[in-house]
Design a protein. Sequence first.
Length: 96
Amino acid sequence: MALSVAIGLIKSILVMTMTPFVAKHIGLDNPRSALIFGGLMGTTSGVAGGLAATDPKLVPYGAMTATFYTGLGCLMGPSVIYVVIRAIARVIAGAE
């Protein structure tokens, strides 16, 4: 658990610090690209901080999709893992 938190923190810091440097190279200058960027990075605090340093007008767009990405993962992750483990258990139980 602690390792997961540490990796998330490192990811947020990297996204936050690297966004202003790569923004021009990846075309991060409009709401559409901010939406895509937020969804790809998936760290709300990192995306919000990076976009605030790049262009404060883009923060709501990137943060919105990053939040959706995180929420979707938190809601669907356990359900999908449960279904997969249950299917594996049935296959193993049926093989015996």
